[in-house]
Each structure stands twice: as C-alpha cells, then as structure tokens.
Design a protein around this ligand. Structure first.
Ligand code: GDP
Ligand code: MG
Length: 599
C-alpha cells in the first residue's frame, strides 16, 4: 500500500549534540533544499533561536529519499522537536506524531539530562529508537562509552548503533537506510473517519492559524468540515498541504501522512497542541490520547520603562501571543512601577525569549520583576487563592495554609561531583529520590524540589560546582504544603511592591539579609541617604543604608569649575541605562532580579 513507503520520525538530543546539523545533512541528501539556498541549520529559522542555539517550535519537513540499497524511493516526514525542558509537552506531542526517533548522542560528551528526558518520552510513546552516536570525526570521541550509557536507558532491545559525523556526513546515508529498515511505516485506516493529531501551530496573517497535523485515520481535503475534539468548535478546511520544505498546497492529506491545514481559525488558542481534529460528521469521534492543556508555571511582571510605552507593550504581547499559545498576560498595577502586565510562561527560557523579543522586535524597554511560581493560599476566610504576583500574597494573619509547586529534577553528572550536587539540592529543600550509575563515569540523580528553588540560580550553581559537566532536566510533580511568607522591601520607607518576594519561613531572615545587602550594592548612591529595609507583615527584619553621595563627588571639583560640577551630577543622574524612579530614588533593572541571587 501507499503507507509502506512512509517513515515518520524525529531527532531527539541534548542541546549541542548535533540535532540541527544532522537534520541539515539529511535535507541535503534528500535534496530538499537547493545547495545554494542551503544555509546552516535550515530548521532553526528564527534569528533568536539561532542565537540561543535552540529550536523553539516544532516544524515538519517532507522529504523524498531514494535508497540505493533498497532501490526504491521513500517518503520521510522529519518532525523537528524543541530542545528545551520548558517545551517538553510539545516534545511529547511531536513524538506522538512519529513511529520512530533518532536518539543523537555526542560521542565526546555521552548521555546528558535531556538525552535521558527525551529518550524516556520516546520510550513512553513506544517509538522505535535508533541510537546515533555523533561527532565521530573528533579525536576526543568515545563511542564505546556512549554506547554503554545509551544501553542503560534503552535496554538491550533496539536497532544497532549508528556512528556518524553530522558535520562531514560520514555514516548519514547508512542511517537513512536504517530509518527505512527499522522504523515501521504508519498503520492507519484510510477509509475511517478523520483523526488528526495537532503537534504544532502557527499564525499566518493571510490564512489564519496553520495547524501542523499528523493524520492517524481517514483523510482531509479542502471543503471538509472538521471539529476540534476538546472544544467541539467546527471549521471548514480552506487549504491542506505539505512542507516541501516550503508550504505547498496539496489535494488531500491522507492517513499516515504529516502536513498542515488551514481553516479560517483566528486564534491559536482555539486548537491547542495535542488536541485531535475529527470529522464534523463523525457520530462517535475518538481522541488521540495524551492531550493536556498546558498551564504557565513561571510568572513575572513586565512594566514599561517609559510609562508612555504601555500601549506599545500591550501590542507587543498581543502580537507574540498570536503565535504562542502558552504565553498568558493580564494587566497589572503596581504602586511602585505603575501600569504593566502580569505574564505567565512555561519556564525561564520561555520568559527570557519573550522579554528579548519585546525589546528587540518591538523596541519597548521593560523592567521585569523576578520570576516566581504560582502559590496556592487557603485564607482564614476559607477561600483558595492562586497567587500569581508576590505583591498579592496575603499577610501572615490572613493565611490558613499555603502550597507551592514541586518538580522532579534529573541530574546527570560525573561521580566526582555527587557530593556537591547533593549538598546543593539539600540546601534547596530537595528530597532525595534515586541515584543510578549509567556507567563508571555517569550518574543519574533524582530529587524532588520546590520549583521556586530552581528559579533561584540553581542551574548556574549546578554548572559551576560541576565545572560545566552536570546537566539537568525537570518535570512538574504537583503542589505540596509549605510554610510561606511574603517579604517586602522598603526603599526610604516606601514599599516597592515589585521587589516583594515569597519564601519559606525558615529562610526568610537569611534571604531578607541577602537581598538587602545585594540591593545596597546595586542601587547607585544618590544625593541623599537611602535606607533599604526588609519586612514581614510590617515588622522590619533587615536593614542597610546607602550613604549620600553628593559631598564626595563635589569635593573632587575643588569647588571651582561649575560646568564640570554640573556634568558630574548629570552623569550620576544618568547612571545605569535602565532605571525606574521609585519616589526620588532611581532603581536599576538588576535590583528587581536581586532576589534571584543567593549568597
Ligand atoms: P543541536 O543543538 O543539537 O541542534 O546541535 P547543533 O547541530 O547546533 O550542533 C552543535 C555544534 O556541534 C555545532 O557547532 C555543530 O557544528 C557541531 N557539530 C554537530 N555535529 C558535529 C559533528 O559530527 N562533528 C563535529 N566536529 N561537530 C559537530
Ligand atoms: Mg538545534
């Protein structure tokens, strides 16, 4: 049948292990992109993605591969997956669209945390996993070691190992034949009602929302009426097509295939990744399992540096949201920082990317408060409140109980750093879960830990204490009771609500002292003395003073040269570029991130 020649697969790897480079080699062999147009890393299209070295959104490419070995042409659908932990749900949906995966491991590095996390997702989806050992051209490559580590994850039952250099192309054609040989063709019922998995989406100003779909059963063509399973909303299909690698309309998308579909949908929230499209005439539609509505896990507030920029900031967020179903925002008012937005993200990277895009693509400078998690508070009145901004956290007398989100983190490290890592995890309220040696040189450690503790420069600490060798990944593990308080920061007795933070009671005193002394370093000296205080429920628990600057600066002028005096004062006023005036005190952006640094 037609399905016999189709192979749907993706490439999974830890960051920098060569996923994009391998995809480029595959595209080249299949001549999907004319040589002159072939720029490196075709699949990483967004500039920012290229700069950060990550792929944010899954995309799919249809390739024709003529196998010399089998003397036959095959159709490959290569589905790109996001490489970062923030997007692991999207990874799992991309995997669900495939029958197989290439698990790429850098032979000079071995198995890392994302190798483990992605492989676990692929195993859970029951995919055929072909282990690929990359960068064999490098003298430091140690393929035997990598094999042992991979086998620890995959077990013994898997297709043979393939040794390649994605850079030189060595071994890549053999790998393509292995895709043909080991990854099964899709099994699908062509004559059944439509069942299509949405594994990605994107907004197009002409066609509306484009849904990237894997057709499991039936087929879909222009004019068909479809229904979004979870919402029941119906649409008429206006276009179907494939990525060749550019979008190319086709007559029909058939069972087993991968492509895109447009249906005059205006909002990407109307059909979420992981949802199923069914035929509107299907009396008993069956969804493809695994759908969940992702919720933002990390929040922070954005305020425009110039308050006139409020509307432009709003426009920027709205435009970004067109293409980003996971981004949420609502208006917020801060006594200290004015009008802005409380924004929700999948994780820290998602947050960083969004802020950078607002500044770069829309030219709006923002002050961002420190990222934080969503807390659950049971008040003495018996209400349960979801607190998305520390400044909204009730005062101690109004709180009955509090809960905070926990994650399961997986760290892979050489054994010599185990001690340091366990100390770090314990200091961050981690609960030890498991430790497994993958081989003599790699250990997998699992801890459960409050998500808030990871936002607190956990990753950079882990990297520093393992000299860069440890890697980590995490997944949400649910809400747990916690004993939390809100610490307020006062600058010359004005509460700066954007600096408030929440932490567990036992750490409050210590954290308050740290933050206050950090702020003393960060806030430039002013023409008057500035008192920085931390308080809980109105009670001051820490204080530092920034002495006035004026005298020292002016003394250097020997009282004589008036223009020099003015210049100096002006320069001082300018200070660091991005400042927010709080009363008379100008506070730099870094100050708002001070709560993220720990001593
Ligand atoms: P990704 O993050 O998994 O997409 O990794 P990339 O494909 O961006 O590769 C990361 C880095 O490794 C880039 O500098 C590549 O040029 C390099 N690289 C990838 N494959 C090979 C290889 O086979 N040999 C060598 N020497 N370098 C490679
Ligand atoms: Mg890449």
């Amino acid at each position: 049948s037609k399905l016999e020649v189709i192979r749907n697969f993706c490439i999974i790897a830890h960051i920098d292990h060569g996923k994009s480079t391998l995809a480029d080699r595959i595209l080249e062999i299949c001549e999907a992109v004319p040589k002159q147009k072939m720029r490196e890393q075709f699949m990483d299209q967004m500039d920012l993605e290229r700069e950060k070295g990550i792929t944010i959104k899954a995309k799919a490419i249809r390739l024709r591969y003529f196998s010399k070995r089998f003397q036959k042409e095959f159709i490959f659908n290569l589905i790109d997956t996001p490489g970062h932990v923030d997007f692991s749900y999207e990874v799992s949906r991309s995997l669900a669209a495939c029958e197989g995966a290439l698990l790429v491991v850098d032979a000079t590095q071995g198995v890392e945390a994302q190798t483990y996390a992605h492989a676990s997702l692929a195993i859970a989806q029951k995919l055929t996993i072909i282990p690929v050992i990359n960068k064999i051209d490098l003298p430091a490559s140690a393929p035997e070691r990598a094999k042992e580590e991979i086998e620890h994850i995959l077990g013994k039952e898997h297709p043979p190992f393939f040794l390649v250099s994605a850079k030189t192309g060595a071994g890549v054609e053999e790998l393509l034949d292995a895709i043909v040989q080991y990854i099964p063709p899709p099994q699908a019922k062509s004559d059944a009602h439509l069942r299509a998995l949405i594994f990605d989406s994107s907004y197009d100003s002409y066609r509306g929302v484009l849904l990237f779909v894997r057709i499991f059963d039936g087929s879909v063509k222009r004019g068909d009426r479809i229904r979004v399973f979870s919402t029941g909303a119906e649409f008429e299909v206006t276009e179907v097509g494939i990525f060749n690698p550019k979008m190319q309309p086709t007559e029909l998308l058939e069972a087993g295939s991968v492509g895109y579909l447009a249906c005059n949908m205006k909002n990407i929230r109307d059909a979420r990744v992981g949802d199923t499209l069914v035929s509107a005439s299907d009396p008993q539609p069956q969804p493809i399992p695994g759908y969940k509505k992702v919720k933002p896990m990390v929040f922070c507030n954005f305020y425009p540096v110039q308050s006139e920029d409020y509307q432009r900031l709003k426009d920027a967020l709205e435009k970004l949201q067109l293409n980003d179903a996971a981004l949420s925002f609502e208006p917020d008012f801060s006594e200290a920082l004015g009008f802005g937005f409380s924004c929700g993200f999948l994780g820290l990277l998602h947050m960083e990317i969004t802020q950078e895009r607002i500044e770069r693509e829309f030219g709006v400078e923002v002050v961002a408060t420190a990222p934080h998690v969503v807390y659950h508070v049971l008040t003495t009145r018996g209400d349960v409140v979801e607190v998305k901004s520390p400044k909204d956290f009730p005062s101690p007398t109004e709180i009955e109980e509090t809960e905070e989100p926990y994650v399961l983190i997986q760290i892979i490290t050489p054994p010599e750093y185990i001690g340091g890592i366990m100390e770090l995890c314990q200091a961050r309220r981690g609960i030890f879960k498991d430790m497994v040696y993958l081989d003599a040189e790699r250990v997998l450690i699992k801890y459960e830990m409050p998500l808030a503790e990871i936002l607190l420069d956990f990753y950079s600490r882990l990297k520093a204490l393992s000299r860069g060798f440890a890697s980590m990944d995490y997944e949400f593990a649910g809400y747990r009771p916690a004993n939390l308080v809100r610490v307020d920061i006062l600058v010359n007795r004005d509460r700066v609500d954007g600096l408030s933070f929440i932490c567990c009671k036992e750490q409050a005193y210590h954290r308050a002292r740290q933050v206050v002394s950090q702020l003393k370093e960060i806030i430039p000296r002013q023409l008057f003395a500035v008192a920085i205080q931390a308080s809980i429920g109105g009670k001051v628990i820490a204080r530092e003073d920034i002495p006035a600057l004026r005298k020292d600066v002016l003394q250097k002028c020997y009282g004589g040269d008036v223009t020099r005096k003015r210049k100096l004062l002006e320069k001082q006023k300018e200070g660091k570029k991005r400042m927010k005036a709080i009363g008379k005190v100008r506070i730099p952006q870094e100050a708002f991130l001070a709560v993220l640094k720990s001593g």
